[in-house]
Ligand binder design. Structure first.
Ligand code: ADP
Length: 160
């Protein structure tokens, strides 16, 4: 069984992340979504809230998914959980530079874990959780960026 691990903050999950999950599920039998928990990084949603949104919006593929949290090195957690590949999404050239560095650093840390990249659909190539939060702050319409469940959770944070 081929298992991939998809690390990220998912603060919150967007259609861009979902696009990558769907592409990865065509290649891997199982995908572990690894929600990073970094006490030094301020997040809008708690770890529990982020997991709840992921579970909700990806319920249709739940049999192939496992959701875990991470407070250590991704390669370490990947090995612990039996994943062979780190899945990452590429939006634009700007992602490449960072991913290039991370991939090589991860290889030095553990050469048995490799990275695999999927290019998102063109319509999500500008989309990030940060963009979504900025739009929400100014009460912009989030419908094309996140599923309605996530939209509702964002609105609860900002407007209630
Ligand atoms: P963000 O960069 O939005 O804060 P994360 O840290 O949760 O998101 O990102 C996790 C992974 O998902 C990274 O590989 C990132 O490049 C990818 N990703 C995020 N948004 C998109 C998108 N719109 N299209 C493709 N990949 C994406």
């Amino acid at each position: 069984m081929k298992t991939g691990i998809y690390p990220g903050s998912f603060d919150p999950i967007t259609y861009g992340h979902i696009d990558i999950v769907k592409r990865a599920l065509k290649v891997f039998d199982k995908l572990i979504i690894l929600v990073s928990v970094n006490p030094n990084k301020k997040s809008l949603f708690t770890e529990t809230e982020r997991i709840d949104m992921i579970e909700n919006v990806l319920s249709a593929c739940k049999d192939q998914l496992q959701i875990e949290t991470n407070q250590t090195l991704t390669v370490k957690r990947a090995k612990e959980l039996g994943a062979t590949h780190i899945v990452r999404g590429l939006r634009a050239l700007t992602d490449f530079e960072y991913e290039f560095q991370m991939t090589h650093a991860n290889r030095v840390l553990d050469k048995s874990i490799d990275s695999i990249f999927f290019m998102t659909d063109n319509k999500y190539s500008f989309l990030s959780s940060t963009t979504v939060k900025e739009i929400a702050e100014f009460k912009g319409d989030l419908e094309t960026f996140v599923p309605s469940y996530v939209k509702q959770k964002i609105e609860e944070k900002y407007y209630k």
